[in-house]
Design a binder for this molecule. Structure first.
Ligand SMILES: [Zn+2]
Length: 225
């Protein structure tokens, strides 16, 4: 073997094996899977820019950027009693809701956080307490459908309408402390329309607004025909 050939061969071998070693190292240490249940840095900044009792701005459909954000599907979040940022978000949402004076429910997307968190006033309970639900889901609808008079939304100022809803729903959710619960919620008229509040707020988590549920809109289309 000539010296000249060896001079070319050795770097070639080093290059090939060196490259393979590099590839092996990359395979042996894959990137960490994204923890989708954890709040992002951007979400944390937005939550921590105000104190526990500072209200948050409620997004409204008459603002173009807000209207797009209200149509985004939200994601689940990890319920954890030691998560001080999540706790602060929940408290700020509560103060935001009661500051409206008349609101009976609020969903996190309405304050710009696309996470599955809602507050609902329990009109069906003594004292009508406001309660927080994490990752709420409707798992069963009643057979009975109703037309709810006067559905309204803090994100759609000065408007209301008749909507198609269900008389009761079965829901699943977590509490802030991480406990998991299932219950049937009833009430769709008079002083107790708790079931409708849950349906309205959970709709927000899927980017659905009350005017998507308006009763009679298909009659209007038929009338055009
Ligand atoms: Zn609403």
């Amino acid at each position: 073997m000539s010296k000249q050939f060896l001079v070319l061969l050795v770097p070639a071998i080093l290059f090939i094996f060196g490259t393979n070693q590099c590839k092996k190292d990359k395979l042996a240490d894959p990137p960490k899977a994204l923890d989708t249940l954890a709040l992002t840095e951007l979400e944390k900044d937005s939550i921590l820019n105000g104190d526990t009792n500072n209200v948050m701005r409620i997004l409204t459909i008459d603002n173009y950027s807000d209207s797009l954000n209200l149509r985004v599907k939200s994601h689940q979040v990890r319920a954890d009693k030691n998560d001080t940022v999540l706790y602060r978000l929940a408290r700020r949402m509560y103060y935001t809701l009661i500051s409206t004076g008349s609101g009976v429910g609020l969903a996190a997307p309405q304050v710009g956080i696309n996470r599955d968190i809602i507050w609902v006033q329990r009109l069906d309970k003594t004292g009508k307490p406001f309660e927080c639900y994490i990752n709420p889901k409707i798992v069963l609808y009643s057979n009975k459908q109703i037309v709810f008079q006067g559905d309204g939304c803090l994100s759609i100022p000065n408007q209301s309408g008749k909507t198609n809803r269900f008389s009761s729903v079965a829901i699943e959710y977590d509490r802030l402390d991480g406990t998991h619960n299932t219950e049937i919620v009833e009430g769709y008229s008079g002083n107790n329309f708790t079931s409708v509040i849950f349906q309205h707020e959970i709709d927000h988590l899927n980017g659905i607004l009350f005017f998507d549920r308006l009763s009679g809109k298909f009659n209007f289309l038929q009338a055009i025909d």
